[in-house]
Design a protein around this ligand. Structure first.
Ligand code: IMP
Length: 212
């Protein structure tokens, strides 16, 4: 059984569109290590979740990257949403940046089942040093072993606009793609083009081979 690791119900709803019924949510709050990219954060979360659950896990880490702010809030999107709030992120962008205020949503899915992977176009993260450092001298033999993690990424480009729409979650109301904000789209429309949808489509193509 595959466990989709997130505390966010909105992500689960979107993920279930791509994954069959053999998937359940694992409401596990993994440690978000500090990194400039989503990949290492998701990979670290997948290792932690796998060690916790003992069964195959898929971690979803996503963020909003605003071009004129060198990618901010990026990996800090969750913190910025909780502290500033989505509307304030819009106001900041509107005050500081010229149109079209380009931005992208990115999603990295990190899969870990404790086993090695075949080489393929999708990257494999083998860096377990963050966990090793955190555990210091007390780490046991299992934890010193670097667990391979396979990453699937999805990106969608758009721009930052004044909030519109009631659907979706998080930054969806201020992210416009082709004239429509993600919050104005139906779940199916958003999933068809979104960062998460794109990453999930890659994963859903690969995963059946893994379980054969
Ligand atoms: P995390 O991946 O759960 O850490 O989410 C990072 C931040 O990005 C949170 O503030 C989420 O609300 C936001 N976020 C993640 N995915 C989406 C999305 O698909 N639409 C809008 N906001 C998102």
């Amino acid at each position: 059984m595959l466990r989709y690791v997130t505390t966010n119900e909105g992500k689960v709803r979107e993920a279930l569109d791509y994954l069959d019924d053999d998937v359940t949510q694992l409401d596990f709050d993994y440690t978000e290590v500090q990194a400039a990219e989503l990949g290492p954060i998701a990979a670290h979360g997948a290792r932690e979740a796998y060690r916790y659950a003992g069964e195959p896990v898929l971690v979803d880490d996503a963020g909003l990257f605003i071009g004129g702010f060198d990618g901010f809030p990026g990996p800090y999107s969750s913190y910025a949403e909780d502290t500033l709030g989505v509307e304030a992120v819009y106001r900041l962008a509107a005050a500081e940046l010229d149109e079209p205020r380009r931005a992208s949503f990115r999603c990295v899915l990190a899969y870990c089942d404790g086993e090695e992977f075949e080489a393929s176009p999708d990257p494999i993260d083998r860096d377990d040093r963050t966990v090793a450092a955190a555990h210091g001298a007390e780490q046991d033999a299992q934890e010193t072993e670097a667990l391979p993690v396979k990453l699937f990424t999805g990106v969608v480009n758009g721009r930052i606009v004044a909030p519109r729409g009631d659907g979706g979650f998080g930054y969806d109301p201020i992210f416009e793609h082709d004239g429509t904000t993600f919050a104005e789209m139906s779940a199916t429309e958003k999933n068809g083009i979104s960062h998460r949808g794109r990453a999930l489509a890659k994963f859903a193509t690969w995963y059946p081979e893994r379980t054969e």
